[in-house]
Design a protein around this ligand. Structure first.
Ligand code: ADP
Ligand code: MG
Length: 619
């Protein structure tokens, strides 16, 4: 569409406001123009945090000579015809205000050549006044250079911060752009030094590598899910990757970087129990929605958007995030193969590309074959099992562990499960693990394929219990009658809390009734918890009721179960070999998240490669 000045009626419908606040806002507008022009390579260069010099170069479609000057007119745009177009905006820009606004407060020069044309145009303006236009020999695409921001407006200039601070803000814009546009190769140069250079090969993990570094980039969960016309794609970090703030939650809607509390909240709800309390998941997620379902004309710098049907959108978002976590289970945590060490290589290649600016001819290498991929499980242990006997064959000795220990809570859960002949894995396609032992009565060490796993037995146990209690709530299986009812001595206040929550407690398996003034009779406890420590778990559990007094039923239920599980695990400290075997086997089948209900990780993995690297066997 050729560039035209919008009519007055349309202009009046566009949300007006200041777009040039500081260097970072100039860079954002210029890069958005490059992206709208279909650029696949964009170079941003700044000096002194952008205050003295900013330049954005792209290999996009360029501007025809005849329109180059017009682009600097107020409300001149090639992206919107009239007000009807506001309903369905597919470009980042549409208001025709960025170039004139930037031109008003800088000394600006633009060289641009339309694709396929012999020559281009060079336009210059100073503090908003047109200076010159001439034919120019220049590469296809557009370069805009803006110098001396706000030199004509000392008061505005005085509001700028130190160059290092302004550079930080520009960097933030660039990093958002890199993660939101993995198919575009960005180069960011500050004071002559290249700070970031993204590959632009379309792989968001490579974009993340550039932004977050290798370790984090490899640990992020890849998301690619959809729900009707809505799709969610990108990367997600929970567990260890969760952060203290929401600053690393990057959302994009239809290519536009947005801040959206509702999306943050929906994500956090779905990630509950996967992040430690008080931490936030991190993400770079692109949401594709029908353009008509949103209004991007809500905010001058276009950072906020409105949803035409907010509650419907919230539901869709929640369901998308839930889907995003599917398959992110304990079982999967064991199945993960080591990532090939391909990233560093790629980065070196990018860094060493000597060619300036546009179109870095870096072809991504095909992933290097996995060093350890097909390594067979080392010493296989064969597990032939009935429910109660685990036979473990070792090269040297065969030991039969009798797994019958009546008070062992774990074995009770086994029995509670419906008969499953494949309870312990006999499936040949699943690698056998070998339990090396336990450390400090807390950590189970396990060898599996190319890795050693360190399992926090308490955290694992807690999570498995939690899942089972959640599943069994409301079913007969939930409760276990106590042979001798337990009498809990409680305060009046505690008695009241128990009374208020009697229904939920019952659902979970606690059958309680008042017994005198300040005593409670506990007739049954959740099956999962076993009989032995009914008293301790019950009193611990009551404490949790206080904190969730005002929460909704689901929250209260989750909190009660969490407390009960926690205390149950504390009670059963030492596990027998057979119990450990059961715990591990259950974990390897479980679709629960690999964190305890509070978000602490359940297992750590050290790969053979990492060990070999640390012992300098390999580089
Ligand atoms: P808007 O992006 O809202 O349309 P701008 O003032 O940012 O307004 O740009 C005005 C017009 O100039 C754009 O609509 C586009 O046609 C043209 N333009 C600006 N920058 C570029 C660029 N880098 N490549 C190609 N065309 C551009
Ligand atoms: Mg624009």
């Amino acid at each position: 569409m050729s560039i035209r000045v919008l009519d007055a009626a349309t202009i009046s419908k566009i949300s007006a406001g200041e777009v040039v606040e500081r260097p970072s806002s100039v860079i954002k507008e210029l890069v958005e123009n490059s992206l709208d022009a279909g650029a696949t390579a964009v170079t941003v260069e700044i000096k002194d945090g952008g205050l003295s010099y900013m330049r954005v170069t792209d290999n996009g479609c360029g501007i025809p000579f005849s329109e180059a000057r017009l682009a600097f007119e107020n409300h001149a745009t090639g992206k919107l015809k009239n007000a009807d177009g506001l309903i369905e905006i597919a470009t980042l820009g549409f208001r025709g205000e960025a170039l004139p606004s930037i031109a008003a407060v800088t000394r600006i020069e633009m060289t641009t050549r339309e694709r396929g044309k012999d020559f281009g145009a060079k336009v210059s303006l100073e503090w908003g006044s047109f200076k010159a236009i001439s034919e120019a020999g220049c590469p296809e695409g557009t370069t805009v250079t803006a110098r001396d921001l706000f030199f004509n407006l000392p008061v505005r200039r005085a509001f700028m911060k130190k160059p290092s601070y302004e550079q930080g803000l520009v960097t933030d814009v660039i990093l958002r752009m890199i993660l939101g546009n993995p198919s575009v190769s960005f180069r960011f140069i500050s004071n002559g030094k290249t700070l970031y250079h993204s590959m632009g090969d379309g792989d968001i993990r490579h974009a993340a590598l550039c932004v977050f570094g290798r370790e984090c980039a490899s640990a992020l969960i890849a998301v690619d899910v959809s729900e009707g016309a809505y799709a969610l794609k990108g990367l997600l970090g929970v567990g260890d990757l969760a952060r203290q703030t929401r600053a690393q939650q990057l959302f994009y809607i239809n290519g536009r970087t947005v801040r959206c509390l509702m999306l943050s909240q929906a994500l956090e709800a779905a990630a509950k129990g996967r992040c430690m309390t008080g931490t936030y998941p991190m993400c770079a997620l692109e949401l594709t929605v029908p353009p008509r379902s949103i209004d991007v004309n809500a905010h001058p710098s276009k950072l906020e958007i409105r949803f035409r049907d907010e509650s419907a959108f919230r539901l869709t978002a929640q369901s998308l995030f839930d889907k995003a976590f599917m398959g992110q289970s304990m079982a999967e945590a064991f199945e993960k193969r080591e990532e090939p060490p391909v990233y560093e290589k790629k980065l070196e290649r990018v860094e060493s590309v000597a060619k300036p600016d546009i179109k870095p001819e870096v072809k991504p290498e095909p992933p290097v074959a996995l060093a350890c991929e097909s390594a067979p499980a080392k010493k296989a242990i064969s597990i032939e099992t009935t429910r109660e006997t685990v036979l473990r064959e070792d090269a040297s000795a065969a030991v039969v562990y009798s797994a019958v220990r009546e008070d062992a809570p774990l074995l009770k859960y086994m029995r509670a499960r419906e008969e499953q002949t494949n309870f312990l894995k006999t499936d040949k396609s699943v690698s056998r693990h070998r339990i090396i032992g336990t450390a400090f009565n807390t950590y189970i060490l396990l060898e599996l394929d190319d890795s050693i796993y360190i399992i926090d037995q308490h955290a694992a146990h807690e999570r498995l219990n939690y899942e089972k209690m959640m599943k069994s709530a409301n079913r007969e299986i939930a409760a276990q009658q106590l042979l001798t009812p337990y009498i809990a001595h409680v305060s009046r206040r505690e008695a009241q809390l128990v009374a208020d929550n009697a229904d939920i407690l019952k659902e979970i398996g606690y059958d309680v009734e008042p017994f005198g003034e300040t005593d409670i009779r506990v007739n049954s406890v959740p099956f999962i918890l076993g009989e032995a420590d009914a008293g301790i778990t019950f009193t611990d559990m009551i404490e949790s009721l206080e904190t969730v007094k005002k929460a909704d039923v689901e929250k209260r239920k989750a909190s009660i179960i969490t407390a009960a599980c926690k205390s149950a695990v504390k009670a059963g400290d030492r596990l027998t070999d057979a119990e450990i075997e059961c715990l591990v086997s259950e974990m390897r089948e479980s679709d629960a998240p690999p964190t305890c209900p509070h978000g602490r990780p359940v297992l750590r993995r050290v790969t053979k490669r990492e060990l070999e690297q640390s012992f300098k066997r390999i580089v």
